[in-house]
Ligand binder design. Structure first.
Ligand SMILES: NC(=O)c1ccc[n+]([C@@H]2O[C@H](COP(=O)([O-])OP(=O)(O)OC[C@H]3O[C@@H](n4cnc5c(N)ncnc54)[C@H](O)[C@@H]3O)[C@@H](O)[C@H]2O)c1
Length: 343
């Protein structure tokens, strides 16, 4: 099978590429290397079944030519991470809306099966016990760039559904909830690599707000097989499917676990959202997935617990010195810049 992965040099995309190549697919990656890294794909550079194309999903012709040669497409390329989106709202909107439409157009034109990566961010501030795919979206003001990622991904989903209903595009949508694991960079505000990197560096772990906000982290090694199975399950066509972790944990507890798991002597500092982001920044207190649809469709069960995830992230950072250096430099900069309250 010939598979195109947009965003395949990124965190999740590169793990997906590993799995697809191991399963015998011929894989082409389209990535502009804006947040992704060739180092994530280093193991495959000499593999004859692997092709890398440096380019943008905003290049409609390029996208069309690559999709024309593919049997299926995983569309993961996106401007990702709240920090990146807040700092570069226009570029992020263009990538996440126009770029995705290029992929949808090309897959429709060539009738190629598509799996579209969306996000739990589309639920916005809905803090229900367990968010099913039918749950309402509660977003803040359209003029707050913090919500533009959620808005753009929501539009992507609506576009995809319209291509499905009007043109019969074979598309499945996956809503990922805080996927974490080795190779994820903390550069754009991702909490797990940031906390583990700080713990390994012996720096204070920075927790935003009061740290009582909760999330359900899922391990990339649980998510990637689910993406592949969903792309092969016809019952998922025209549907959005949640994929998230099973264990709800506060960010403060996550920081404590990171310290324990790494054997660090670091402390924890609280940083107000107004210092971490722009004043008026909004966050949701909790976000809990209802995974029952994925369980029914493909038998999805998120098996990897928080401590094991943190251990694997720490192992990944230890064996990837450039990622660790980057985290330590940032950690030092933030230490100097902030008045901190020690726990
Ligand atoms: N990591 C998570 O917790 C999470 C949660 C929800 C949804 N997602 C979605 O999963 C997908 C992958 O996210 P990730 O965490 O691996 O992030 P990532 O930043 O590591 O991967 C995104 C990749 O897309 C590439 N890219 C960005 N703009 C591009 C463009 N214009 N053309 C070509 N390539 C481009 C980047 O270089 C990068 O390799 C994204 O669609 C994201 O929205 C991720």
């Amino acid at each position: 099978m010939k598979t195109l992965v947009t965003g395949g040099a990124g965190f999740i995309g590169s793990h997906l590429v590993d799995a697809l190549l191991a399963a015998g697919d011929e894989v082409t990656v389209l990535d502009d290397l804006s947040t992704g890294r060739l180092a994530n794909l280093a193991d495959h550079i000499i593999d004859s079944g692997f092709h890398f194309v440096e380019g943008s999903i905003l290049d409609a012709r390029l996208v069309d030519s690559l999709v024309a040669e593919a049997d299926r497409v995983f569309h993961l390329a996106a401007a990702v991470g709240v920090k990146l989106i807040v700092e570069h709202p226009l570029e992020s909107l263009r990538t996440n809306i126009h770029g995705t439409e290029n992929v949808l157009e090309a897959c429709t034109a060539h009738h190629v099966r598509l799996l579209l990566a969306s996000t739990s961010e589309v639920y916005g501030k809905n803090e229900s016990d367990s968010l099913s795919e039918e749950a309402d979206r509660i977003l803040g003001s359209a003029l707050k760039s913090r919500w533009s990622y959620a808005a753009a991904k929501g539009i992507d989903e609506s576009f995809a559904y319209a291509y499905f209903t009007e043109y019969g595009l074979p598309v499945s949508i996956v809503r990922l909830f805080n996927t974490v694991g080795p190779r994820q960079t903390g550069r754009y505000g991702m909490v797990v690599p940031n906390l583990v990197g700080q713990a390994l560096a012996g720096d204070s772990l920075t927790v935003f707000g009061d740290g009582r906000q909760t999330r359900c982290f899922s391990y990339v090694g649980d998510i990637v097989p689910a993406l592949i199975r969903l792309s092969e399950t016809d019952e998922s066509l025209g549907q959005a499917v949640n994929l998230g972790g099973a264990q709800e944990i506060s960010i403060l507890d996550l920081a404590s676990r990171a310290i324990d798991v790494t054997g660090s002597s670091s402390g924890i500092v609280f940083v107000p959202y107004s210092e971490a982001y722009a004043p008026g920044y909004e966050d949701m207190r909790r976000r809990v997935p209802d995974n029952s649809k994925a369980a029914g469709l493909i038998g999805f069960v998120p098996r990897t617990g928080v401590d094991e995830i943190l251990q694997r992230v720490a192992d990944g950072l230890r064996s990837t010195p450039h990622l660790n250096d980057e985290l330590m430099i940032r950690s030092r900069q933030s230490r100097q810049a902030r008045a901190q309250v020690m726990l």
